[in-house]
Design a protein around this ligand. Structure first.
Ligand code: HEC
Length: 113
């Protein structure tokens, strides 16, 4: 008796809610993951691509990078700006060199759009 009212009163609705929540989250998860995972193929291949990928994907899409056409000195300054104003963890000197060289090579003012 008390068992039936227990199931009928609390546990059953709770179980339904849990099952529903599981269905909803498992249906949504692949979608959310597909949007959140950045794709390295958005960056043209070449030395420094991996460094750029790992240093830059955390905060914004690669679109904001690949649409730029900047000289090397501006890319270099942008790394300071990203650290000082946007909270990017400072790059190691080697990574910074690789990243700036990559960006200057692939997204310079003479790169075709
Ligand atoms: C900690 C977060 C963070 C990381 C990591 C980061 N950025 Fe940014 N970046 C930002 C934010 C925030 C903005 C947008 C600022 C704004 O809206 O004005 C931005 C803007 C930019 C812009 C646009 C600048 C402009 O003139 O509008 C470029 C280009 C850029 N980032 C390149 C990079 C590159 C390259 C890397 C990797 C080396 C990188 N970012 C890593 C936070 C970050």
């Amino acid at each position: 008796m008390s068992r039936i009212s227990f199931f009928g009163g609390r546990l059953l609705p709770a179980a339904f809610f849990l099952a529903f929540a599981l269905i909803v989250t498992s249906a949504e998860a692949p979608h959310a993951v597909a949007q959140a995972v950045p794709d390295i193929n958005e960056l043209p291949p070449g030395p420094g691509r991996e460094e750029v990928f790992y240093a830059c994907y955390a905060c914004h899409s690669f679109r904001i990078i690949t649409q730029q056409r900047l000289p090397e000195s501006t890319w270099d300054e942008l790394m300071d700006w990203m650290v000082e104003k946007q909270g990017m963890p400072p790059l190691s000197p080697e990574d910074r060199k690789a990243i700036v060289a990559y960006l200057a090579k692939h997204f310079s003012p003479t790169t075709p759009r």
